[in-house]
Design a protein around this ligand. Sequence first.
Ligand code: GLN
Length: 499
Amino acid sequence: MSIRDNAWQMSDALNNKEISAVELANDHFDQISKVDKDVHAFLYLDKEGALAQAKEVDKKRAAGEKLSPLAGVPLALKDVMTQRDIPTTCGSKILENWRPPYDSTVVTKLKDAGVVILGKTNMDEFAMGSSTENSAYGPTHNPWDLSRIPGGSGGGSAASLAAFEAPLAIGTDTGGSIRQPAAVTGTVGVKPTYGGVSRYGLVAFSSSLDQAGPCARTVLDTALLHQVIAGYDPKDSTSINQAVPDVVAAAKKLDVKGMKIGIVKQLSGDGYQKGVSNKFNDAIAELVKLGAEIVEVSCPNFEYALAAYYLIAPSECSSNLARFDSIRFGLRVGDDGVKSAEEVMNLTRQAGFGREVKRRIILGTYALSSGYYDAYYGSAQKVRTLIKQDFDNAFTKCDVLVSPTAPTTAFKIGEKSEDPLAMYLNDIATIPVNMAGIGGMSLPCGLAEEDNLPVGFQIMAPAMKDDRMYLVGGALEAALLSKWGKPILDFAPILAGSK
Ligand code: GLN
């Protein structure tokens, strides 16, 4: 058993008693202590809690209790999900040292399944960003090349997988924060259908778009994790009260014969790196070989998706982040007993929020102000409906849609941090999925010839048909694995340059 194995292999080894959950957790803590000074995937490690959980699982297994498939398998948790008594910062100074008094539903389900939560992962502040450079605690580095970004906002979760610090991770995706980090780190990430996984205890950025989801190194591993965290939750009013599709069976099926796969015309061409387009086309050729039928579809309103997203997400964030008022949570600055509550609030927010968060709050309050509400927020909501209609039309012609996940491979740390628009453009291909509330997956489809860095392949499926992404993703992954002869991370000079 090695930390480079997949979660399902670890699960088998645990079941066969080749390794204990405590040993497996310790192996991962060893790896973290070796590499995380360079990668900086984690903001907090809960060694005590993780080992206690692992011990409990070992005890139950020894007693012959029936356990969930992922019992004893380690996981890295994005620091935007609450975990009782464990610091939850959302990558922000304003929540430094805040310990939530409750578990998010995702964490409750992970604990119930016996998953071992190693710690909390780094992220762009309040999940706003595409590079993890907006974390108040310093950037995460891409394990493929430490001078490059690991994507964002969930760069810590994706990097922890690529650096073999954890076989499973939880991410959240508002405009691409699971899929884009997966794409640039050569890992797999799934944004489930909106409402498919509970948002209870996911610190809200943009409530109508936010969705937690599974991240791992293989499609089957993400499916196993999806199965654990998904399902109806009365504590989330937008949770869908329907059976979760059998994503594990779909991931294992490996048969796409006769499936109709639609290439979205608007999500390719200009603006996409040559090597990204080439690897995407190679993957399409593999799907043709597997017997899938390829069609081209047009989604004309996707052109406006980014602009509409950057009205809706900041609008909702300006309302959601109002709760960080220096009184109820975390940081309090300037409270000398003389200053007014308003002054303390101002000083706290000035010191506690970073530049990007402030920019979005200002944009959002402006878009929602009475004179502009209809022109900005109202128009953006109409665009949202048009995007959904584009998807509905496209899905009358095909079972799933595909595109590159991100327009480029991992860029250099610092390259785009002074140019918010350039940063926003990273999500051009991922945002439509969030706007329509449907599911999206990213899996690696090769290395771009220019820089030998991983390229992501995105699969989009209709709402509550998440199993289709796993079906196509599983089959494509198997075909690519046999073509390459080894998993994509075996091509990475992992941490070769690490000090
Ligand atoms: N990069 C996008 C943004 O900055 C998406 C972030 C996310 O999905 N949380 O808003």
